[in-house]
Each structure stands twice: as C-alpha cells, then as structure tokens.
Design a protein around this ligand. Structure first.
Ligand code: UD1
Ligand code: MG
Length: 485
C-alpha cells in the first residue's frame, strides 16, 4: 500500500532527563525513531516526513530522513500543521504517528490505513487500546448509546490531564496512530485551539471537529496494548527494549535457534542466525552479524558486525568486525577486534587479542598473546605470551608469519618482520630480523648474574638439601655479587 506519513518527533522529551533527543535513545541497537520508520516502511509508506526540533534536525538530516522543523513545541496539532504546510496537498490517506512508540508494527499501520475511506465519509481511523489503569494516555470517549449491543461511536479524545475522574476511569486509550483523509485534516487543523490543561494545540481535538463537520471517525482496536506503548522516560525505555528484544529472540527461536534465557540475551534486528545455534545467557549479538549452523555462543559474549562459521564455540569473548571459519574455538576471554579473518579449525584461547590479522587454518594461539596487523599461515603454533610489536611509536607495521611456524613462548616479534614457512623461534626470543623458511632463531637468553665459581650453592648442588646459599667473602647478601667485575 503506497501512503504518505507524518511522524512527530519534535517534543522535548523532558521526562527522559537527557542531553540526547528522546527519539534517538536506542532500543536493541536502533534509535527509537528507526523502529517507527521501519514499521511504516514495511507497511508501504513511501513518502514520510518527520517533524523535528532545531536540536534534533541536524542529527537526522545526515541519516537521509526527510524532515521539517517545528521551531517551538506548541503541541501535536501544531506539529501536524507544520508538516502539512511543508507538503504539497494531495488527495488520499495521510498516516500520522508519534516517534516515541517503537513497539508499533507494520500490521497496525496497514490496518489503520485500510479503515479510512474518504468516499464513504470516514475521515479518520484511529488506533485504540484497552490498557491497565492508571495510564497517562488520552481517553477514548464514546457516545452513551450502547444499549443496542453494538459498539458505540467515538465522540472525542480527552487527554489524561484534562479528564474528569469519570473519564480517567475509562480504559480505552488513544494509541496515537491515525490515518486521515488528508483533505479533511487540512480543513480542521487550523480550527484546533489551545484551551486545555497544557495550553497546547492537541491533534486529538481533530476528532470532535471532524464529527461536527459530519464526518465519521473509525476506531481500530489493537489486540495487545503493549504494541502501542509510548516511551516517555527511561523506565518505559527499558520496558520497551525488553519487549522488542523478546520479539527478536522469539523470531530466532521459532527459526531453530536455542536461546537459553531470552531475558539475558541481547539481539538486534537484521541478524542471520542459522539453525541449531545455541546462545547462552549474558550474550549480545548485534550489527550485521551472521552465526553459522550448530555454533554455540556464550556465556557472556559480545559479538558485533562479525561472521562466525558453523560448529564453532565462542565462550566469554568479545568479537567485533571479524570473519571466522568453521569448527573454530574461541575463548574463554579472547578479544578479536577491528577486522580479522580467521580460517577453519583455529583455536584462539584465553587472554588472546587479535587485531586486523589474517589467521590461516588450524592455527593455535592458546594463551596470553597479541596478534596485531599480522598474517599467520596455516598450522602455525603461536606460543603463550608471544606479542607482535606492531607499533613503533609512529607507524603500525605488519608481521608476516608463514605456515607451520613455531613461535616460542614470550616472543617479541618486532615488526615489520617476516618468519618464513617452518621457521622456529626459541622461548623468550626478541626477533628483530626476518627468519628464513625452515630456520631457527633463539635469543635474549637469561644470563647468570654471578661468576661460575659462586654458582655451586648447596641448594643447586644438593638439589633439596636446603643448605644455606653461599655468600662470597666480603659481599653483603643483598648486593649482586660479581656485578661489574
Ligand atoms: C499523546 C496523545 C495522547 C496519546 C499518547 C500516546 C496528544 C495531544 N496526545 O500524548 O492522546 O494517548 O500520545 O502515546 O496528541 N510532539 C511534537 N511537537 C509537539 C509536541 C509533541 O512533535 O509540539 C511529538 C513528540 O515528540 C512525541 C509525540 O509528538 O513523539 C507525542 O507527544 P507527547 O508529548 O509524547 O504526547 P503524549 O503526552 O504522550
Ligand atoms: Mg508520548
């Protein structure tokens, strides 16, 4: 269905108590406003304008959103007038929605549009929801003539702040989603006044004005009031986030993903998660990520903008902008960041950090290592504590490690440097020159700090005799004997 829509987002959002505009607060990795625009797009709205304020506008315009500025926030009726002034008049339907209702879905927009029929005299369809009281939503006031058993007609909407006690007891609410006959809306909008508790131009007053003009107003009830909850403060933000997250989890669970605890698993829209993936609690998967069949993620992992292959295990690790092959084991406590490509059957163990590196198939880096700006060939064993010294204080330099290399423990590979296929480095080596294929380097050995004649302590000689360490004549026990001699 092709349609024109206005989204109101100029309100100050003072109840958020934030420097950030309300509609840019995020839920499941997307700004509040994104969810509304996405639902509209999915419902076929192809001509959408967002009413913004002077602070919000510069943040939205670069995101490709069409906007119009409401310089002063005089109410929802005034905001719609600003939008109408910016739009070329057109016959047909106009959807109006608020930018602070991220739980709305495409079906609601489709239903409300379908309920407007300018030719049949219906100038406005509005979504209503039965809701637990108390509520700050506007109340739907219907005519008293319900005796025939048929639903009585909507007469008007009264804002909570303007309600009598009897009206406050009504539990049918104005969701804030409307489809107007645009021409009829243009007729009544200039007649909306601001004689109310908040001194604002209420869009909701259009109901009474349209009825007075002989037009019909059709209510469109939603089955679940939670899909139209507004977000006005951070408590409502957290509640709405939990609902959206639950929806995302359920979508994946129904498609064959095991999510052990959806309340402790944080997903974003647009993820591809293949069947028989298991996600354990405390894990967040976001951005443009893809997880392959049979992989297990968690507990406590953060994965963003990454592709992980099939049958992998990722435990207690952080992975961003990284592509990983099949049958790989990561973690616990690994950090893979900023663009790595990792082959199949690789093992990245605890306290290993990878940055901008390509890792070949069957590589093992099991413990306490840093691999940055490096290429590591297939089957190489990267020893515990080995570090690529990729930064010389000015530039980032590359380390090139071939296939079947053995990098010893606690090595410092001072880049730029290359280790050829099959090369080997000894424990603790500080490698500052290239090592040709098949060659072996050892270096930086620990030297004895005392002359050989002093080295025969009873401990060493007797291995467990526990005799006293021999101190040379004239030396105090705390000086280093032989130093400088
Ligand atoms: C509004 C409705 C209420 C409904 C509720 C549903 C009115 C008068 N009231 O109340 O009936 O039950 O939403 O959530 O419409 N905005 C502007 N310019 C303004 C004022 C507001 O763009 O001058 C925008 C806000 O940014 C917000 C939306 O309009 O996105 C609604 O405004 P808000 O102040 O949140 O209205 P509610 O009190 O929630
Ligand atoms: Mg609101």
């Amino acid at each position: 269905m092709s349609a024109r829509a206005v989204v109101l987002a100029a309100g100050k959002g003072t109840r958020m108590k934030s420097a950030r505009p309300k509609v840019l607060h995020e839920l499941c990795g997307r700004p509040m406003l994104w969810w509304v625009l996405e639902a509209l797009r999915a419902a076929g709205a192809d001509d959408v304008i967002v009413v913004t304020n002077p602070e919000l506008d510069p943040l939205l315009a670069p995101r490709g959103v069409r906007t119009v500025i409401q310089p002063e926030q005089l109410g929802t009726g005034h905001a719609v007038k600003i939008a109408l002034d910016a739009l070329e008049p057109r016959d047909g339907r106009l959807v109006v929605a608020y930018g602070d209702m991220p739980l709305v879905d495409a079906a609601i927009f489709a239903d409300v549009q379908a309920a407007v029929d300018p030719r049949a005299g219906t100038a406005l369809a509005l979504v209503t929801a039965r809701m637990p009281l108390p509520s700050s939503f506007g109340r739907i006031v219907r005519s008293a003539s319900a005796s025939s058993g048929r639903a009585s007609a909507v007469e008007r909407i009264v804002e909570a702040k303007d309600c009598t006690p009897d009206q406050l007891a009504l539990d049918e609410m104005n969701a804030g989603i409307y489809a107007f006959d645009e021409a009829a809306l243009r007729d009544v909008i200039p007649r909306i006044g601001r004689d109310n508790a908040q001194g604002e131009y209420y869009l909701t007053d259009a109901v009474e004005l349209l009825i007075a003009a002989g037009r019909r107003v059709a209510p469109v009830p939603v089955a679940d009031y939670r899909s139209v909850l507004g977000v006005n403060d951070r408590v409502e933000l957290a509640n709405a986030s939990a609902i959206l997250n639950r929806r995302l989890c359920e979508e994946h669970m129904r498609a064959g993903v095991t999510i052990v605890d959806p309340a402790a698993t944080y997903l974003e829209p647009g993820l591809v998660i293949e069947r028989d993936v298991t996600i354990l609690p405390g894990s967040a998967v976001g951005g443009a990520s893809r997880i392959g069949e049979g992989t297990t993620i968690g507990m406590n992992c953060r994965i963003a903008d990454s592709v992980i292959g099939a049958r992998c295990t990722v435990r207690e690790s952080v992975i961003t902008s990284t592509t990983i092959g099949d049958d790989v084991r990561i973690g616990p406590f690994a950090h893979l960041r900023d663009g790595n490509t990792i082959g199949d059957r690789v093992r990245i163990g605890n306290f290993v950090e990878l940055k901008k590196s390509e890792i070949g198939d069957d590589v093992k880096a099991n413990h306490l290592a840093y691999i940055g700006d490096a290429t590591v060939g297939a089957r190489t064993n990267y020893g515990a504590g080995a570090i690529t010294c990729n930064y010389d204080g000015t530039n980032k330099n590359r380390t090139q490690i071939g296939a079947d290399v053995f990098v010893g423990t606690n090595n410092s590979l001072v880049a730029p440097i290359a280790l050829g296929d099959g090369a080997m480095t000894g424990a603790g080596a500080v490698v500052i020159r290239d090592v040709p294929a098949g060659d072996k380097v050892v270096g930086n050995p620990a030297r004895f700090s005392r002359p050989a004649s002093w080295r025969t302590s009873p401990i060493r000689a007797g291995r467990g005799s526990n005799g006293p360490i021999q101190v040379p004549p004239g030396a105090s026990s705390c000086t280093v004997p032989g130093a400088g001699t």
